[in-house]
Design a protein. Structure first.
Length: 190
């Protein structure tokens, strides 16, 4: 099983952080539909029975991630997000529309059940969009979206520290590297 980094504080930010930089090269933890399904399970998303992404439709996952990355970048700078990001999120939220449907019950009778209007792999992106909405609609959380202070890192996180001073996506990686580099500079300067 893949080892996903889940310290961002919100599912949509963890989704962004599935793309990272290691030794100067981009590394994508969800480079296949199967890896995306595994990530969804790890973050606790209940997988719908609709069809999963296949190789032909999988590009939509990466496109949505890049749209959200641009939104996180804007938010972390205190700027408004692009209208295209709003449209992309709203399109996904529109896919989740359900309706009641008469179905046959296990006992031979009938019952009403909720059904989705469209069976689509896009349903798998809805919990990510909902996570973004949960942050974007609350100014107190919106102001806590930050980009890692490591200039070589592209990860984002929700700063839940009491005094809002968190600087690193992960203290054991970026934070530790920064502190070690600062220590080295101090030692070599003397």
């Amino acid at each position: 099983m893949l080892n996903f980094s889940l310290g961002a504080g919100a599912v949509w930010l963890d989704f962004l952080n599935t793309l990272g930089i290691v030794d100067g090269a981009y590394v994508d933890q969800i480079d296949t539909p199967a890896a995306f399904e595994a990530w969804l399970r790890v973050v606790g998303v209940t997988l719908p029975s609709e069809p999963a992404f296949d190789a032909a439709s999988f590009g939509a996952v990466h496109e949505f991630r890049e749209i959200l990355r641009a939104a996180a970048e804007a938010v972390s700078r205190g700027a408004p997000i692009d209208e295209g990001a709003l449209d992309a999120i709203n399109t996904l939220l529109g896919v989740r529309v359900t309706h009641e449907r008469l179905t046959r019950a296990d006992d031979g009778g009938y019952r009403m059940a909720s059904a989705r209007t469209i069976a689509s792999p896009m349903h798998r992106l809805i919990p990510i969009a909902e996570s973004a909405v949960a942050v974007l609609c609350h100014p107190e959380q919106l102001s806590r979206v930050k980009k890692c202070a490591n200039p070589e890192c592209i990860h984002y996180f929700l700063d839940t520290s009491k005094n809002r001073t968190r600087r690193w996506c992960d203290m054991s990686t970026c934070g530790n590297r920064s502190k070690a580099a600062a220590y080295y500079r101090r030692k070599t300067a003397t």
